[in-house]
Design a protein around this ligand. Structure first.
Ligand code: DHE
Length: 552
């Protein structure tokens, strides 16, 4: 939902003050410092560091001032059905903090600092040099079936054995760690924090640990590795939100090699965007190319890293705002969401061209990596959910053998109830279902169940409510105050190596341990709940094998 749409409803509710409060908004230096930090931690990802908007609307004073503190506070506290999280009622921000943020966003934005190679190098640390690392795996466990689990708000990564479900290791990572990716061999696991801190973890160690780290920028969301023949485990690449840039690193030590600014002109209107952030990155498996998606300009960059100091970049004009995406079956077409325009862009990496730009019919597509099906009628199709509407849509991706269906929405599966709130869909070639979450739907029932879609019938066949004990609201003492914590529902799905299980995280709050639920992917029965004091704010989970080979 757009901010403007939700405002209509709020006017009707009498919550929108017609009196501008802009003149009354003043913050002390301490309040400014606190609000700037909260904005960076919670808001900048969707609304932009310069507050010009992307996944969320712009929050410039000309938009926010006419709305006023009371209404802004209401939205921040309760969220919207269009995907704005309920920061207050989920217990993540206090009432006073939501009021502070409502005031802060009525003041002019402040440009954040730049960062140089010298700054980067100051933070670079090789903890275990490559010569002192194991020459072969030091464990009898099937390390390719490990799961790296992001413990978001405690800034840690847990490594869990996918066979035994035992915690193998837990390592520190950046602030609000976002995603994990694997090197081509799978030996190295990379983490990226929202503070731009990257770590490399050696999975061959008996107890995997961080072997090198570096802070490459102030704000980042993506990290990927070199996967082409001859470049296995050689490089890593970080996509930064601020300063908007692409940073190439040495794969084993994270020594920085090159920074390329992504500030450029919007593909359609030709306006300059300083804040042209790097969204998803995916590595081609047969050529030394990273497909890099630049959010605000709507450009897809095919970045040839074979000579990393002198990269060759082919810019493709696509659509706005590019966000997350994944390979279609066969790994020729990369499918990426352009969420401001409700479209999916299909990038033909073989020809180095945009193959198609497809309206999904839903609002704000958000695929994660998406889900692939080899369908008996439509051939290879790729599916995505939406944050702003209840559609899971599947798109034909085989123009050679299934031309009739190529680049068309062949199925639109409606999730029950109002609103969207879906973040991720996932499947595995051995599983006959697509699994979808919906943690941003404001309705408690819809938010707390997992949705099961039959891959042949392309129909919703089951919902799996999360057992009550994992999502019950709880009162906890935070800094001397009693706070009600209401865990959001299940988030992000990942399969184990052989596809016999899927794992979902219960998206809790850092003050209360939650759980990772393991379901049998055939019977859909809950097999096990992974619990323990360490299970705090688990979100993304990445199976080593499936991430190495881009299986989804
Ligand atoms: Fe993500 C992927 C950006 C919030 C969990 N997220 C991505 C990607 C981008 C992105 C650009 C694609 C990376 C790639 O493939 O290279 N995410 C953003 C944001 O800007 C946003 C909306 C707001 C923010 O402030 O960061 C945001 N993301 C979240 C969350 O709040 C989630 C749900 C929980 C968390 O841990 O942060 C979250 N994002 C994820 C996950 C993936 C992801 C788990 C990878 C999906 C996969 O299966 O590969």
């Amino acid at each position: 939902m757009k901010l403007k749409t939700s405002l209509g409803a709020l006017v009707a509710l009498g919550l929108l003050s017609t009196m501008s409060m802009a003149d009354q908004v003043k913050l002390s230096p301490q309040e400014m410092k606190k609000a700037t930090q909260i904005y960076f931690d919670r808001c900048a990802g969707c609304h932009g560091m310069l507050r010009k908007g992307a996944l969320g609307p712009n929050l410039l004073p000309k938009t926010t001032r006419p709305i006023g503190t009371k209404t802004l506070e209401y939205i921040i506290y309760n969220g919207t059905p269009g995907g704005m999280p309920n920061w207050g009622s989920s217990g993540e921000l206090t009432k006073a903090e939501t009021e502070l943020m409502a005031k802060f966003i009525q003041l002019p934005p402040v440009a954040p600092p730049e960062k140089s190679m010298a700054d980067m190098k100051k933070s670079w640390q090789v903890i275990v040099p490559p010569k002192d690392r194991p020459k072969k795996p030091q464990t009898k466990r099937d390390w390719k079936n490990y799961f790296g689990i992001v413990l978001r708000d405690v800034g840690k990564v847990a490594i869990v054995d996918g066979d035994t479900k035992e915690l193998v290791s837990i390592v520190p990572s950046g602030f609000a760690t976002h995603i994990l990716r694997m090197s081509k061999s799978g030996r190295y696991m990379y983490a990226i924090g929202r503070d731009g801190r990257a770590e490399v973890i050696d999975l061959w160690m008996k107890k995997p640990q961080v072997v090198a780290k570096i802070k490459v920028c102030n704000d980042a969301r993506s990290i990927e590795t070199s996967k082409a023949p001859g470049y296995e485990d050689k490089y890593a690449v970080v996509g930064c939100y601020w300063p908007p840039s692409i940073v190439t690193l040495k794969g084993d030590t994270l020594e920085p090699i090159q920074i390329v600014s992504t500030a450029s002109y919007t593909y359609d209107t030709g306006e300059f965007r300083r804040e042209a952030r790097v969204a998803s990155i995916v590595a081609e498996h047969n050529k030394p190319i990273w497909v890099i998606n630049i959010k605000e300009t709507g450009q897809v960059w095919l970045y040839n890293y074979s000579d990393p100091r002198n990269p060759k970049i082919k810019m493709l004009m696509a659509e706005r705002y590019l966000h997350d995406g994944g390979w279609a079956l066969g790994k020729r077409y990369f499918m990426v969401a352009a969420n401001a325009r409700n479209k999916i862009v299909a990038v033909d990496t073989k020809k180095g061209k945009i193959a198609a730009i497809i309206p999904t019919g839903g609002i704000k597509p958000h695929p994660g990596r998406g889900a692939n099906i080899d369908h008996p009628k439509y051939g290879p199709i790729w599916c995505t959910g939406h944050i702003g509407s209840n559609d899971i849509v599947c798109i034909g991706t085989d123009p050679e053998h299934h031309k009739k269906y190529a680049w068309k929405v062949v199925a639109d599966i409606k999730l029950p109830g109002e609103g969207g709130g879906n973040l991720f869909v996932k499947t595995h070639p051995k599983c006959k279902y697509i699994i979808a979450d919906r943690p941003l739907n404001p309705d408690r029932k819809l938010q707390t169940q997992v949705y099961v879609i039959d891959k042949t019938k392309l129909k919703l066949v089951k919902t799996l409510p999360t057992p009550k004990k994992f999502i019950e609201p709880r009162k906890v003492n935070v800094n001397g105050k009693e706070v009600l914590i209401k865990p959001r529902g299940p988030v992000h799905i990942e399969f184990n190596k052989d596809g016999s299980e899927f794992w979902v995280s219960v998206w809790g709050n850092k003050y209360v341990p939650s759980a990772i639920l393991v379901y049998d992917s055939k019977t859909l029965k809950l097999k096990k709940a992974i619990t323990g004091d360490w299970v705090r704010t688990p979100t993304g989970k990445f199976n080593v094998y499936n991430t190495m080979y881009d299986i989804y």
